[in-house]
Design a protein around this ligand. Structure first.
Ligand code: HSE
Length: 285
C-alpha cells in the first residue's frame, strides 16, 4: 500500500479568476492505493457521505483509468466537499501521484496536472487546473492556456470555512460575461502586483493584489456574513481577504505567523455574530 497526502488549495485569490491557485498547508486529503485487478474506491472522513464510490462517478476513478492503473483506492477526506478549497482536486491530485508511483509510470508532477484535471472534470463539469496544479506542485501557480508557472511562495494565511455550502454552479452562474475596461485594467494591475508579491513572499503586495472588482463582488453575496468577516479580518491585521475558490471558505493573508490567531478569532466571531458556525485553519501557502 502506498500513501499520499494531498493538500487543499485556494484558487483565484481575487484578481486571478481561473488563473491563480495556491497550495495550503492544511487541510488535506490522505489517499492510499494498492494494486487490484479492477478499481474500487472507499471514501471516509469529512463529507464522505456526499461522495460517490462508483469509479465512473468519482474523480479518482477517472485518474486510475487515464493512468491504466487499476487499484483499490482509499480516500480519507480532510478537505470538505463544496468548501471552495479544491476538495475534488485534492483527491484527484493525490490519486495521480500515488498511482503514478504504484505503477512506475514515471510521469512528472507537471505531466500529472492534465490527468488529475480530467479526473476533477468528472465532478465539476470542467477541467480547471487552478486547483489540481497547486495541489500537485505546491506554492503559487499561474495556469494559462499556454502552460503552468510555479513559484515556491510561502506566506501565513487563515482560511475560515463556514458551515454552509455554495453550489459551484451558482458561483459560476453569477460571474459576469463582460466587464468594464476600467475594471479589467485595475484587475490586471492587481494580478501583476500579487504575482510579484508571491515571488518576494511579501504579504503586503499579495494582500493588495487580491483586490478584484469583477468576480468577487458578485460571488461574495452568496456567502452570508462575508462583508463582516472580511472587515473583521482586515481590522485584526490581515493584508488582504477574498473568497476562496467558488466559496464559501474565505482566505485571509497575514503579515506574520503570530498574527494568525487574532485574524482567525475575528473571522470566527464575525460568522458567529450572524449565526453561522465556522472553523478556521491557521496555515500557510
Ligand atoms: N476557478 C474556479 C472557480 C475554481 O472559481 O470557479 C473552482 O474551485
Amino acid at each position: 500500500m502506498l500513501t499520499v497526502r494531498a493538500p487543499a488549495t485556494s484558487a483565484n485569490l481575487g484578481s486571478g479568476f481561473d488563473v491563480f491557485g495556491v497550495a495550503l498547508g492544511a487541510p488535506a486529503d490522505i489517499v492510499r492505493v494498492s494494486r487490484a485487478p479492477e478499481t474500487t474506491i472507499t471514501v471516509t472522513g469529512t463529507g464522505s457521505e456526499y461522495i460517490p464510490e462508483d469509479p465512473k462517478k468519482n474523480t479518482v476513478g477517472a485518474v486510475a483509468e487515464a493512468l491504466d492503473a487499476p487499484a483499490h483506492i482509499e480516500i480519507d477526506k480532510g478537505v470538505r466537499p463544496s468548501s471552495g478549497l479544491g476538495s475534488s482536486a485534492a483527491s484527484a491530485a493525490g490519486a495521480a501521484v500515488a498511482l503514478n508511483e504504484l505503477y512506475d509510470r514515471g510521469l512528472s508532477r507537471k505531466e500529472l496536472v492534465p490527468i488529475a484535471a480530467e479526473g476533477e472534470a468528472i465532478v465539476s463539469g470542467t477541467a480547471h487546473a487552478d486547483n489540481v496544479a497547486p495541489s500537485l506542485l505546491g506554492g503559487f501557480v499561474i495556469v494559462t492556456d499556454d502552460g503552468i508557472t510555479q513559484v515556491d511562495a510561502s506566506l501565513p494565511v487563515v482560511v475560515c470555512l463556514p458551515e454552509i455550502t455554495v453550489s459551484t454552479c451558482d458561483a459560476r452562474g453569477v460571474v459576469p460575461e463582460q466587464a468594464r475596461l476600467g475594471d479589467v485594467v485595475d484587475t490586471v494591475g492587481h494580478a501583476a502586483t500579487l504575482s510579484v508579491g508571491m515571488t518576494r513572499n511579501d504579504p503586503e503586495l499579495v494582500g493588495r493584489g487580491m483586490a478584484d472588482e469583477i468576480v468577487t463582488p458578485e460571488r461574495s453575496v452568496l456567502i452570508d456574513g462575508y462583508d463582516a468577516v472580511r472587515e473583521a479580518a482586515l481590522e485584526s491585521g490581515a493584508t488582504g481577504v477574498t473568497v476562496s475558490g467558488a466559496g464559501p471558505a474565505i482566505l485571509a493573508v497575514c503579515r506574520t505567523e503570530s498574527d494568525r490567531g487574532a485574524v482567525a478569532g475575528a473571522m470566527l466571531d464575525a460568522f458567529d455574530a450572524v449565526g453561522i458556525e465556522s472553523r478556521a485553519y491557521q496555515t500557510a501557502i
